[in-house]
Design a protein around this ligand. Structure first.
Ligand SMILES: Nc1ncnc2c1ncn2[C@@H]1O[C@H](COP(=O)(O)OP(=O)(O)OP(=O)(O)O)[C@@H](O)[C@H]1O
Length: 262
């Protein structure tokens, strides 16, 4: 996917927020968008996600399924958690059965079970943020765009963000994530785009930052501890599978081995 000489301003005759931005992201790649407050990170993400159209330039190769996680989930809607997520899944083209399955899966994974019948305006900020994350993942996205996803999430849910990003990448998706709190260590191997002076510059990854996948066999009883320690050291645990599961397909993306879900 490529943003080609993209310009954006919020009103005709107003100041340019982004000028002549050209960036590209390939399947299986993540980019962290850095920059000071007000630099234009959210604007860039919304352009990439297709929420804002460019005033000039174009966006090529945007995947059909885009998951957009806004900085603040708009919780002022009169639906229950279950009703909202099911409607969101149906709007994304899932059948009734697929929608129920996807909603059940994300409700369970994000610990939203107790809130299924609660209406969105009654949710705490952190729980509302989880709904924002869940709705973006109901259909596996070819592009997942997360605007400051760590804001407002509790510790357990914050752990989930890099896990989910790893899964989207392993399935060949692209991920863009903005960050002004220095959480980038949680996404090793991600490209770095810095927004400043109305444009975007990329720090080219060095060989040291290139990613490889290492397969480990760990006694089942010690898996939770090992995963916890690996994550604490900044490693990216893509997934855990049982010894009788078929081995994953591995392919090369930009020189790094990436597992594909079979
Ligand atoms: N809807 C809007 N209408 C007019 N101006 C806007 C709008 N949204 C953002 N801006 C302006 O565009 C510029 C970039 O804003 P943006 O939200 O993209 O920055 P950001 O880097 O994401 O900031 P933050 O880290 O505070 O979220 C700012 O000057 C902001 O005031």
């Amino acid at each position: 996917m490529r943003l080609e000489d993209v310009w954006l301003r919020y009103r005709r005759g107003g100041p340019w927020v982004l000028r002549s931005v050209t960036v590209e992201i390939a399947p299986g790649e993540a980019a962290v968008v850095l920059g000071r407050n007000g630099a234009g990170k959210s604007t860039l993400l919304q352009l990439a996600a297709g929420i804002l159209p460019p005033a000039r330039g174009r966006v090529d190769g945007r995947p059909a399924v885009v998951g957009w996680v806004p900085e603040r989930f708009p919780a002022g809607q009169p639906f229950t958690v279950q009703g909202y997520l099911t409607a969101a899944a149906r709007m994304r083209g899932l059948s009734r059965i697929e929608a129920d399955k996807a909603v059940r899966g994300w409700v369970e994974r994000l610990g939203l079970g107790p809130f299924q019948c609660v209406r969105l305006p009654q949710l705490s900020k952190g729980t509302a943020q989880k709904i924002g994350l869940a709705q973006a993942l109901l259909r596996p996205p070819g592009l997942l765009v997360l605007d400051e996803p760590w804001e407002g999430l509790d510790a357990a849910a914050r752990e989930l963000v890099p896990e989910v990003v790893g899964e989207v990448l392993a399935a060949g998706g692209r991920v863009l994530v903005s960050d002004h709190r220095g959480e980038t260590a949680r996404l090793p191997g991600a490209r770095e785009w810095t927004v400043a002076d109305q444009t975007v510059t990329e720090r080219v990854p060095t060989g040291e930052r290139a990613m490889v996948v290492v397969e480990l066999a760990i006694p089942a009883a010690r898996v939770a501890d090992a995963v916890h320690r690996l994550r604490a050291e900044g490693h990216h645990v893509l997934r855990v599978r049982g010894h009788d599961a078929p081995p994953p397909v591995t392919r090369l993306v930009s020189g790094a081995a990436v597992e594909e879900s079979s």
